[in-house]
Ligand binder design. Structure first.
Ligand SMILES: [Mn+2]
Length: 320
């Protein structure tokens, strides 16, 4: 890929905003902070950063994350340049969609295979393990400075989107590039501690509750749990506390597909799907969602129990 237009586009913009995706994760937030650092250190400009919903507490360690604002706090609505990072499709910008649409130039930096190149300038590599890797490649090819803070953001993206270098998107280059980031100052044990051993107590207790109440189908090949608003209240849970439950269900040797259904309101249910074998992005696609082969999500406009039956039906069609 040719990254020269990255440089030109940044140089030509006098106002820049970086947009992370709804329900932000370690890749979108780590990459956003890294891009902030890259633009600040190499182009002498201070971009704005915007997020949707809540930033999971574990990511408060990210350098520069405190500069990020909620969509409602953004005054300027007409940026020269808006950069979507780790955003598979435009609607994943959530509340920030108007900011993205109003910008004169739209840049799209991503690694989702389903990304259709919706920007004016697109850096999309479906083989990259995370959006942070695409950004790393841009910086390396253009000879841009990666300081300790930027390396910390990028390393967080690599670590979290590969599930601690365990998923199928982990390859030799993933580790080589991560090693480079350590040379640039990222501290692997410290970042792992923040990402994996700094969870709010009630989040861990909610996870335990979900494990105890998990259900199984197809000879335990399907493992799933329904989370109602009542469950959330019981644990004073913030929205992001459900992160990671679907992966815990996949951990069992018998699991081929796991999913978590979360009640949003009486007619809306959010589904997260994980798999070891079948393509769950297709199944999410049936309900208007998408994602990766082994990790996908969708919103189903049905009450949680009906959504559950519909989703089970679709998974069983593929498994049987
Ligand atoms: Mn990602």
């Amino acid at each position: 890929m040719d990254f020269k237009s990255f440089k030109e586009t940044i140089e030509n913009a006098s106002s820049i905003i970086i947009i992370s995706h709804v329900n932000p994760d370690g890749d979108t937030l780590g990459s956003m902070c890294a891009l902030y650092g890259i633009i600040k250190d190499n182009f002498n400009k201070i971009p704005d950063m915007v997020y949707n919903g809540i930033i999971p507490e574990i990511y408060n360690f990210l350098p520069a994350i405190k500069q990020a604002k909620k969509t409602s706090e953004i005054q300027n609505k007409n940026y020269d340049l808006a950069i979507a990072i780790d955003i598979a499709a435009k609607d994943r910008t959530g509340d920030s969609f108007p900011i993205f649409e109003n910008a004169k130039i739209k840049m799209n930096i991503d690694h989702h295979k389903t990304n259709n190149g919706y920007g004016d300038v697109n850096f999309v590599n479906g083989d990259a393990c995370c959006a942070g890797e695409v950004l790393f490649d841009i910086a390396q090819q253009l000879g841009l400075v990666i300081n300790k803070e930027t390396a910390t953001g990028l390393y967080t993206a690599f670590l979290t989107d590969t599930g601690c270098f365990r998923y199928e998107n982990t390859c030799a280059q993933t580790l080589q590039k991560s090693a480079k980031l350590i040379e640039y100052g990222a501290n692997p044990s410290e970042i792992s501690r923040y990402c994996y051993e700094s969870k709010p107590r009630n989040m861990v207790l909610l996870h335990a509750h979900c494990m105890v109440n998990a259900k199984f189908e197809n000879n335990n090949k399907i493992a799933y749990v329904l989370i109602t608003n009542k469950d959330m209240e019981k644990f004073h849970a913030k929205n992001d506390y459900t992160e990671g439950i679907v992966e815990e269900l996949r951990r069992m040797s018998t699991t081929e597909v796991s999913f978590v259904l979360k009640e949003v309101d009486e007619n809306t249910t959010k589904a997260s799907l994980r798999s070891k074998t079948i393509d769950v992005s297709n199944i999410a696609g049936i309900f208007g969602g998408g994602g990766h082969t082994f990790a996908a999500g969708c919103t189903i406009r049905k009450p949680v129990d009906i959504a559950c039956n519909k989703l089970l039906e679709e998974i069983q069609k593929v498994l049987n």
